[in-house]
Design a binder for this molecule. Structure first.
Ligand SMILES: Nc1nc2c(c(=O)[nH]1)N[C@H]1C(S)=C(S)[C@@H](COP(=O)(O)O)O[C@H]1N2
Ligand SMILES: [Mo]
Length: 319
């Protein structure tokens, strides 16, 4: 859709998308637009939505599907990050203890060189791009996020795994000082380290993203700073946060949620409205900030890009 550029004060509330609002934010605030469109809920939302000033350079996503972005506030205030708490509302404040300075990522397994990467050095090696993706949690809520990062395929090419590597496995850091739930021992909500993995062809798919930020700036702690995975056609739990280790394997890794309950959470975890979770339907989802539910799409709307990966597989069995 072509949008004719207008001065921000000429835009009526129902024409404004969060994306434009984000882009116009500075001029909007400078002009005191809030006083021009008094009582406008979107202006109030804007005033509250404290998007940090963009600190990353990246190529913008053209958003050809015209996805409506969730606000920065929504994306950063309702999180699953069990290392801190199981309360989605409390992650935001509790994740303060996460210290991302001198962040290291250990590389091992079936790879040319087993090395330890420094996050700041790694960041300099890749051109960043924005990827506006749908994101669907297995629990039935969803959002649209403008992630910033580089493809997992590019990272894998840089790391040079051996041809015998068929799977990739990720771990989140274990540090009992930073992550209160890891300190609870047997009372922890899940076992740590948090582990996730992909088949190599899934990992090499162009959609698989290593994200280092969102809305133009570094990854907020609650969303998995400084570096996380985003696999948009799979349920959110596959998108592991705060990665500290990457291993290349010849066997399927056992992931955290599979280990906790393999009947409910499989290795593949592809978004599929036709296969219900044993305890609830997966046919619909609630977008954060919306009242009515919407239909969940096959592979979360990325069928064209990824359906070929699962040709001949019974998706009611390989959940
Ligand atoms: N290390 C780690 N990664 C994690 C989780 C977690 O608890 N720990 N939760 C997962 C789940 S269930 C979801 S839905 C997404 C949530 O990502 P968000 O908080 O950025 O929305 O992170 C995933 N990655
Ligand atoms: Mo989730």
């Amino acid at each position: 859709m072509k949008i004719k550029k207008k001065e921000p004060w000429n835009i009526s509330e129902n024409e404004v998308t969060p994306q434009e609002l984000f882009e116009n934010r500075r001029s909007f605030l400078k002009l005191g637009a809030a006083s021009l469109i008094a009582g406008s809920s979107i202006v109030e939302a804007l005033a509250k939505d404290e998007i940090p000033v963009a600190n990353l350079k990246y190529i913008k996503d053209k958003n050809i599907d015209n996805l409506k972005l969730n606000t920065y506030d929504q994306i950063t205030s309702y999180n699953n990050f069990y290392e801190f708490t199981t309360s989605k509302e409390k992650v935001k404040t509790l994740s303060d203890t996460l210290d991302t300075n001198n962040w290291k990522i250990q590389i091992d397994g079936l790879v040319e060189k087993t090395i330890t990467l420094d996050f700041d050095d790694l960041l300099k090696k890749f051109a960043l791009e924005e990827r506006i993706y749908r994101f669907r949690c297995v629990e039935g809520w969803s959002m649209v996020v403008p992630w910033i990062g580089f493809t997992l395929a590019d990272l894998i090419k840089y790391l040079k795994p051996l041809s015998s590597a068929k799977y990739i496995r990720f771990e989140t850091l274990v540090d009992k000082k930073m992550f209160p739930d890891q300190n609870r021992g047997v009372l922890s909500s899940i076992s740590y380290p948090y582990v996730e993995g992909l088949r190599m062809d899934e990992a090499m798919n162009d959609l698989s993203l290593i994200a280092v930020g969102l809305y133009g700036s570094s990854m907020p702690k609650q969303n998995g700073a400084p570096i996380r995975l985003v696999v948009p056609w799979k349920y959110g739990f596959k998108s592991i946060k705060s990665i500290s280790k990457i291993s290349f394997l010849d066997k399927e890794p056992l992931n955290t949620w599979q280990k906790a309950n393999s009947r409910e959470y499989g290795f593949y975890a592809n978004v599929n409205p036709n296969v219900d979770h044993p305890r609830w339907s997966q046919a619909k989802e609630r977008v954060l900030g919306k009242f009515f539910k919407q239909k969940t799409l096959m592979f979360n709307g990325y069928e064209e890009e990824v359906a070929h990966l699962y040709k001949g597989m019974d998706l009611t069995r390989y959940i």
